[in-house]
Design a protein around this ligand. Structure first.
Ligand code: DCP
Length: 711
């Protein structure tokens, strides 16, 4: 059997898996949301009736601490980490608390910081591929996560932030060693800031904290919170001991409150939000400071409803808010005004997406396609390396590639028009990502420039690119039994984009459907998307108490317009182990083969589905449909009988994808008999009699192209 067909089928399987949730319907919903100002609208999740104890742990001036650990002589000195370039000494991205006292802020350039604080120590971010290399910081963040993850459900929210669900640990402590029974309470615990805690005149702060924590008459919620305070203080001490890093934390009954609290007393402190303090905390909190209210929704609250603080929301009934913002968002707003949030800690230690970005401020703005391509190649290379690492170490694949850029038109009154973001299915392999990223860029540029915009080769081009980023999102675990696909990915990661026989030509077409499926950034996002040079990350989420910390390391829902396409730069712990690609690949493939020995191959799964019984009538129906209607069937998936529904459900459970999501173009590349066979696998109710499909009983079956591993 010609090897290229095997490659095509493997590519098909790859595409199928990569299509897990990249459905056209997703994209079109997405478009609708953008147009109707419904994108990323928050959704209410009911708070469980059970009391939870949630902590948000945030490292203090993180990159500075990482650099100070590397160079201990910098400890205690005003220090800043700078993204160096020749323009005014580069941009500051992390500032120590000593330097903050001298008035140094993250928004400053190196020269400005020196003027404000002549003794400041400026440390440069490591550079690779002409841009910041954040691996040192990623792996430092992973060290912290591995310590915190031992305490309970742990969600890594960014390079230096973690949510912990400590409910179980707190309940155990309350049952076994309640705070009121403790003779000795650690100093770190006694330094906690408890919002709303009353202090008797002349009472020592620490004594008041002790009294609060040890109250016998406290209700169960506060008692659990007290346990949380003790647990978090202990964890923070452990982090300090094992990593030499200090961190701050917020402890509350939900994520929203914990996050708000963690930045209130920095560095190296913890803040607690008992139920009784929620109203006071929220009453003066500007709406724009709330997660998910930093953009259009927050602006609409201000302009349409005259709401400036979260407390102002209290005057509106749930129905009124629902009238304005829909049922879900209305309820969500009503809830947050009362400090209610059912959002769960995700139990995720790995990133939800990977991103690589760079800004080109001032005179460094890019103005030719060749320079854009050069930088996209660099960014894609970094992204591809991270994807390979994730695949290899965590057995995960990403399925959507997104390009973001910020731009301006120098001679156009419309110069504030946003540069559209574009997405397409992600193909593994450096060259493919580079090609696709550049295609996305060109499509976006065409849209940005409009019908009368610059033509290729036109010397009068007026666009300038001030930021570029590529990201990979919709990351899922590879289903078991796909070790052949793993091998495919591995070879793709190091091989050129096309197979030797040139048959795997899964080119991303910039057809209207491909480009229309792309997203358009929200208006407030343009600066947020890539406002730091080279950091490879996007920032948002203003911090409550620290005005200069109005950024966060995860773009989260309110930055990237693609649904759940978060440009996160959270590393895997193992990413720190960056030996050369070749070396790593070779070793890991062997491990992978060992690991997968005895696992079912993909063909077994195909075979199982082929065994599904079907009625003769259904079979005949399909054999007469035209290719056009077959396509329609292929994407419409209307199953009426129960058996087929069950098959469908089972398939979706096993594979985690929806039939509607498979890329038709990949399908079209297959030989007719294979197309029929795959179609029958995908649509058992339209199954052909596969035994007749070839007639000669020779090599037509998928099984033939997918020999089991142990062959
Ligand atoms: N970062 C960056 N570019 C930015 C903002 C942050 O590269 N524009 C990096 C450097 C920070 C790290 O992300 O050290 C974490 O960002 P935080 O917002 O948590 O800020 P810090 O940890 O530096 O300080 P803080 O103690 O205020 O949290």
């Amino acid at each position: 059997m010609p090897s290229h067909w095997r490659a095509i089928i493997t590519q098909y399987a790859f595409s199928l898996i990569c299509s897990l949730s990249v459905s056209l319907s997703d994209y079109s919903d997405f478009r609708t949301q953008q147009l109707q100002f419904r994108g990323d609208m928050p959704v209410a999740r009911p708070e469980t009736s059970d009391v939870r104890v949630i902590a948000h742990v945030d490292m203090d001036c993180f990159y500075v601490q990482v650099e100070q650990r590397k160079q201990p002589e910098l400890r205690g000195l005003p220090t800043a980490v700078v993204q160096y370039n020749e323009w005014q000494g580069g941009g500051l991205i992390a500032v120590s608390y000593e330097a903050r006292k001298c008035g140094v802020k993250r928004s400053m350039r190196g020269d400005e910081a020196k003027a404000a604080c002549p003794e400041i120590q400026l440390v440069q971010v490591p550079v690779a591929r002409g841009k910041a290399d954040l691996n040192l910081y990623r792996s430092a963040g992973s060290e912290v996560v591995s310590i915190l993850a031992q305490s309970g459900k742990c969600e890594r929210a960014s390079i230096d932030e973690v949510y912990l669900d400590l409910t179980d640990a707190a309940e155990s402590m309350l049952a076994d060693a309640p705070p009121e029974s403790l003779e000795l309470i650690d100093e770190e615990v006694l330094k906690s800031h408890i919002l709303g805690m009353s202090r008797k005149d002349g009472d020592d702060f620490k004594e008041s904290v002790r009294d609060w924590i040890c109250r016998k008459d406290a209700d169960r919620r506060d008692k659990l919170l007290s346990c949380g305070i003790i647990i978090v203080a202990e964890l923070r001490k452990q982090v300090l001991k094992e990593t030499e890093f200090t961190c701050s934390a917020g402890i509350a009954h939900n994520k929203m409150l914990a996050k708000l609290a963690s930045g209130m007393n920095k560095p190296a402190q913890q803040t607690v939000v008992p139920y009784s303090a929620v109203q006071e905390l929220l009453s003066s909190l500007p709406v724009k400071k709330m997660k998910q209210l930093g953009g259009k929704l927050g602006t609409s609250l201000q302009t349409d409803l005259g709401v400036d603080t979260v407390g102002d929301l209290l005057q509106f009934s749930e129905t009124k808010l629902q009238e304005h913002y829909g049922i879900n968002t209305g309820t969500w707003l009503w809830n947050i005004a009362r400090g209610i949030s059912g959002e769960e800690v995700q139990g995720r230690l790995l990133p939800k997406s990977h991103g690589s970005g760079k800004t080109f401020p001032g005179p460094r703005a890019l103005k030719s396609l060749s320079t854009v391509q050069h930088w996209l190649n660099q960014l894609s290379e970094e992204l591809s390396e991270r994807l390979s690492s994730d695949l290899e170490l965590n057995k995960r694949i990403a399925s959507t590639l997104t390009l973001h850029a910020s731009a301006f038109k120098s001679r156009d009154s419309d110069s504030h028009k946003k540069f559209p973001s574009k997405s397409c299915p992600l193909r593994y392999g450096v060259t493919k990502i580079q090609e696709d990223a550049f295609n996305l860029f060109q499509a976006a540029l065409r849209e940005y420039m409009g019908p009368f915009g610059s033509k290729p080769g036109n010397k009068q081009e007026t666009w300038r690119i001030t930021g570029l980023s590529v990201s990979a999102s919709k990351i899922v675990d590879i289903p078991s039994g796909t070790s052949s696909i793993m091998r495919y990915f591995q070879s793709q990661s190091t091989a050129p984009s096309r197979s030797a026989d040139g048959c795997v030509q899964d080119h991303v077409e910039m057809t209207p459907s491909a480009t229309e499926g792309c997203s358009v950034q929200r208006s407030t996002e343009a600066q947020a998307i890539i406002h730091e040079e080279d950091t490879g990350v996007t920032y948002t989420l203003p911090n409550f108490e620290n005005p200069d910390k109005d950024i966060d390391l995860v773009s989260k829902e309110d930055v990237v317009s693609c649904p759940s396409s978060e440009v996160t730069v959270i590393p895997t712990q193992l990413e720190s182990n960056r030996s050369t690609q070749t070396k790593r690949t070779g070793r890991k493939i062997n491990n992978q083969n060992e690991k997968n020995r005895g696992m079912p191959s993909i063909v077994d799964i195909f075979k199982n589905y082929n065994a599904t019984p079907l009625s003769k009538q259904e079979t005949q129906e399909d054999s007469t449909v035209s290719s056009t209607s077959r396509r329609a069937n292929f994407s419409s998936s209307s199953h009426s009988n129960k058996v087929n529904q069950e098959v469908e459900e089972r398939r979706e459970t096993d594979w985690g994808y929806k039939i509607d999501e498979i890329d038709q173009s990949v399908f079209d590349e297959l030989p007719a008999e294979i197309q029929r066979e795959l179609r029958s696998f995908l649509h058992p109710n339209k199954r052909l009699n596969t035994s007749k499909s070839k007639g000669d009983g020779s090599t037509s079956s998928i099984a033939h192209y997918f020999p089991p591993l142990n062959r």
